[in-house]
Design a protein around this ligand. Structure first.
Ligand SMILES: Nc1ncnc2c1ncn2[C@@H]1O[C@H](COP(=O)(O)OP(=O)(O)OP(=O)(O)O)[C@@H](O)[C@H]1O
Ligand SMILES: [Mg+2]
Length: 378
């Protein structure tokens, strides 16, 4: 498929460079002194061409980060630079208006104009900046091709499906050659199948032409698929930053593990520490765990994360592993989920076999190498 950016004139090339975004010490409170801090000394570098995902619960400040970068709200303190140049600096009173920052935005609600055609919606930012119609047309056409909506420019927005509308808003965000694109839960209004398809399409679009993206979501699957880096946020601060794999395999806290979709977070007691990790007493018996240097001493309590795909449960034959009782065993297409009650604690196991266990059956639960990870205290 044609890369729309390649059709631009050479003079445009520099303006179209995707840029890093650097945020330092950003704080924002709503409603005066002593009120809740929506952002609390938030510092992060968003790499050029990378997709950074902000993940966290409702109210943790994700949209506040995006709106601050876009220039739609003014933080109380801190600095924001795009491509190395400050667009906001509280200390110097710098605050560029949104249009000078040259960023694209894609929202949860597509925010398209119902009375304009698809092509006019996509070309709107260019028309608003005074570009002549004859120059807008080819740019819009190539954008529509890029998002696989070639030939649909004449339609009205209500004549498109939800996924197609979301692609129109993506094309509109990109057409102005932004230095970065800010996504605020762009897929959360779509049904599960469309959401999955759009997630893969977005990934494909980025692979064809990398652009700096800052992507907000609640959804750990979206975070894992789209993110080069995942930032888990909590109450206006960063809880953990890393590659999706790193945050999933090495969550620092119960909060981060929970947000990465790890269901088994169980309490134990530290039995021993050594150079290769820990031994933690749990309802599953003493478990070898890797993990963060906890600073805890033997005998203290300790939370461990158990990865469901690295646990096995088998009918009660032989001895050794602790016994559990099957609460439910559900086949879900690619895998089978077993919920097992072990001494009052529910353990979730995901197995890639179709074998189901009957409700109430007694099984033994055994962790494979690497299943157990000790977390820091929250
Ligand atoms: N205009 C406002 N006036 C007062 N408080 C606000 C305003 N906007 C946001 N807040 C508060 O700031 C905090 C962070 O809000 P923000 O919208 O950034 O959260 P979020 O992480 O995007 O949440 P969600 O996932 O629900 O969209 C919340 O406690 C919210 O209530
Ligand atoms: Mg939000």
């Amino acid at each position: 498929m044609a890369d729309p950016q390649q059709r631009r004139s050479a003079g445009d090339a520099k303006a179209g460079e995707t840029s890093s975004v650097s945020v330092t010490g950003l704080s924002k409170s709503y409603g005066g002194a002593g009120s809740l801090r929506a952002l609390d000394d938030f510092t992060l570098e968003f790499g050029a061409g990378q997709c950074t995902v902000l993940l966290g619960p409702s109210g943790c400040g994700k949209t506040t980060v995006l709106r601050s970068i876009a220039g739609l709200i003014t933080p109380d303190s801190g600095r924001i630079a795009i491509g190395g140049t400050a667009v906001f600096d509280a200390a110097f009173g710098t605050c560029d208006p949104p249009e000078k920052r040259r960023l694209g935005m894609v929202f949860q609600s597509y925010a398209l104009w119902p009375h304009l055609s698809v092509a006019d919606n996509v070309g709107y930012p260019l028309a608003a900046s005074g570009m002549p119609k004859a120059e807008i047309r080819p740019l819009v056409e190539s954008m529509l091709e890029w998002v696989s909506l070639g030939g649909m420019g004449g339609r009205y927005v209500h004549e498109l499906s939800g996924g197609q509308q979301q692609r129109v808003s993506l094309a509109r965000a990109v057409v102005g050659n932004p230095r970065a694109i800010l996504f605020d839960e762009p897929l959360s209004n779509l049904d599960a199948r469309l959401r999955e398809r759009m997630r893969l399409e977005l990934l494909g679009l980025r692979q064809r032409r990398p652009f700096t993206s800052i992507y907000v979501t609640h959804d750990q699957l979206e975070a894992m698929t789209l993110g080069d880096r995942v930032v888990v946020m909590r109450a206006g601060k960063i809880e953990q930053v890393g590659s999706p794999e790193d945050v999933y395999k090495r969550p620092r806290t119960r909060f981060a593990a929970d947000f990465m979709g790890i269901p088994n977070l169980i309490e134990g007691r530290l039995r021993a520490t050594g150079p290769d990790g820990f031994v933690v007493d749990t309802v599953l018996g003493p478990l070898r765990a890797r993990g963060w240097r906890t600073g805890r001493t033997v005998g203290e309590s300790c939370t461990v994360a158990l990865r469901p795909t690295l646990l096995a449960c088998s009918p009660d034959i032989g001895a050794g592993a602790p016994l559990g009782r099957v609460i439910r065993s559900v086949f879900q297409g690619t895998s089978t989920i077993h919920m097992i009650d072990v001494a009052g604690t529910t353990i979730t196991i995901e197995s890639f076999s179709e074998e189901r266990h009957g409700d109430g059956m007694t099984v033994r639960v055994t962790p494979a190498e690497g299943a157990v990870f000790a977390l820091l205290d929250d």
